[in-house]
Design a protein around this ligand. Structure first.
Ligand code: ADE
Length: 310
């Protein structure tokens, strides 16, 4: 790693391993704004006092953030410091906390979210959301992503999830919209700020809960564990197979809940192999959390599918 303990003395009073000098960081374009955080595209000097620069993503805390949100922001930073480097997890590059506003500097994912990536790969690509299922289904017949590519994306997401479990982390709101896609179309998990909130047991009390990705026990009992992420992973595979269509199309949120409760599961997509549906997707949606396959098992099954002739 080019950055670290070797920062020159004038860089500040607190010499933290991750701390980057503010003058080496440039925020160039605001990409998104949440309630307490802004996401910017930016640049930073790769080495102190050298010319070479690199593209980065920057999470910036907003001035109006509450005390709780500030804690939340710092907790995400701490979680990311602890995570070791993995291809399928967004890398922490550094941070700026000597003065406000604080910044978290992250590896930049040029392809944006997996959802955007999938939309851009829809056969006969349209930028607008397609809500009429039939129209999309007709197009899926001449798909722009091979079966191999679909399995590879799924395997990348599972590898990232398997990595974070080594640190006793749960992802909580896994969906194509929360996964990033880096250079070469590689899926990367990002956003670990939810850990703190979960500890305070108030996640998803808001109406923004990603219900369509949540397991039954999550919705009903607010029980979150690895098994609930595994359920969501099954929904992500469904999203990949449908080029980022919204799960349970044509159903309202209440109907989704009632249907899952009664044992309904989304059917096998027409262009999805029987094996992928039966060995990976459906087991992730097992009503009993302890009956869902572990990440390692899912990865094995995906590998087997990728190496087997159709
Ligand atoms: N949006 C949020 N984080 C990002 C990142 N690391 N790269 C690109 N876009 C992002």
């Amino acid at each position: 790693q080019p950055r670290g303990e070797d920062l020159p003395k004038q860089y500040g009073k607190v010499r933290h391993h991750w701390e980057i000098a503010r003058r080496d960081i440039r925020l160039t374009e605001l990409k998104a704004k949440g309630s307490y955080v802004e996401v910017w595209r930016g640049r930073m000097r790769k080495f102190p006092n050298k010319r070479e620069i690199m593209k980065i993503a920057i999470k910036k805390i907003v001035g109006e953030a509450t005390e709780k949100e500030r804690k939340f922001f710092l907790s995400e930073m701490e979680v990311m410091k602890m995570l070791q480097i993995h291809t399928n997890v967004i890398k922490l590059i550094g941070c700026y906390t000597l003065n406000e506003p604080w910044l978290i500097l992250l590896e930049y994912a040029p392809e944006g979210t997996l959802l955007q990536y999938l939309h851009s790969r829809r056969p006969g690509h349209q930028a607008v959301e397609i809500t009429v299922q039939d129209r999309l289904m007709a197009r899926l017949k001449n798909t722009t992503m091979s079966a191999h590519r679909i399995l590879a994306l799924a395997a990348q997401v599972v590898s990232g999830l398997d990595h974070i479990t080594k640190f006793k982390l749960i992802y909580y709101r896994l969906q194509a919209a929360s996964i990033l896609v880096g250079c070469g179309g590689i899926c990367k998990l990002s956003g670990f700020g939810f850990q703190q909130d979960i500890a305070e047991r108030n996640l998803y009390e808001s109406s923004s809960a990603p219900l369509r990705w949540m397991s039954l026990e999550c919705i009903e009992k607010k029980v979150f564990n690895v098994a609930s992420d595994i359920w969501s992973f099954g929904v992500v595979v469904w999203e990949i197979l449908h080029f980022g269509m919204t799960p349970y199309p044509d159903m309202g949120p209440q109907e989704v809940l009632e249907k899952i409760k009664s044992g309904y599961r989304m059917p096998k997509p027409p262009h999805c192999s029987e094996a992928l549906y039966k060995k990976v997707i459906l087991p992730c949606w097992h009503v009993k959390p302890d009956q869902r396959p572990a990440y390692r098992e899912i990865l094995d099954r995906l590998t087997t599918l990728a190496t087997q002739p159709e």
